[in-house]
Design a protein around this ligand. Structure first.
Ligand code: PRP
Length: 206
């Protein structure tokens, strides 16, 4: 049995869609159920940021999760494959029509990705005051909570509609297939086979 942690939403759907193509079976969660068992697979539906936790504690053998989440949490997992789905960018954004004032003693940055932000600004030797938020990050500079944000951009619509511009791209992200280290050695053949099947499917699509 291979247990797979999936992040609720589009990435879970697209991943299950690929499982359907590979195994020629239907893989659909019933209504509000969070576990789906089919053949030798068990799927868990979890919150995106919780995927590394399930895999790290071996509650799941493998997981599908964004590179941004992996970088933020610095989880010690085996990165098996970039699925090329769920593409987005982690960016620094600030209000349109003005520049971030680097002469200020401390720039205030609102973000839910404090580790990525901290590392990035440390590399540039910039003193910043990080303000941790859990969502609607784009609001912070509009009401004076922060000078700028570090956040995810997918289509760019949220930033545009809130009159923010991208100042810098910190990293590009997409969904990765990851594995628990022990699971990988215990179930190496099956996991490598799955990796092979997924990468073959990816080649066909590219
Ligand atoms: C993310 C991100 C942006 C939005 C970007 O938020 O934090 O707010 O998506 O998408 P766009 O570029 O396509 O407009 P999410 O939907 O995860 O919600 P959250 O703000 O509650 O974290």
């Amino acid at each position: 049995m291979i247990t797979v942690a999936l992040p609720k939403g589009r990435i879970a759907e697209e991943t299950l869609d690929r499982f359907e193509k590979i195994f020629g079976e239907r893989f659909v969660f019933e209504d509000r159920k969070l576990i789906l068992e089919r053949g030798e697979f068990k799927f868990l539906l979890v919150r995106n940021q919780d995927v590394p936790t399930y895999v790290l504690h071996q509650a799941a053998d493998i997981g599908i999760v964004g590179l941004d989440v992996l970088e933020e949490q610095e989880s010690d997992l085996i990165r098996l494959l970039d699925l090329g789905i769920g593409r987005c960018k982690v960016v620094i954004g600030s209000p349109m029509g003005s520049e971030i004032d680097h002469s200020k003693p401390q720039i205030k940055i609102a973000t839910k990705m404090t580790n990525i932000a901290k590392k990035h600004f440390a590399k540039q030797a910039l003193a910043v005051d990080l303000i941790k938020l859990y969502g609607s990050i784009e609001l912070a500079p509009l009401v004076g909570l922060a000078d700028a944000i570090v956040d995810i951009v997918e289509t760019g619509t949220t930033m545009k509609q809130n009159h923010l511009k991208i100042d810098e791209v910190i990293m590009e992200s997409s969904a990765y297939m990851v594995a628990n280290r022990n699971s990988f050695y215990e179930k190496k053949d099956k996991i490598l086979e799955l990796q092979r099947q997924f990468s073959k499917l990816k080649e066909v699509r590219e």
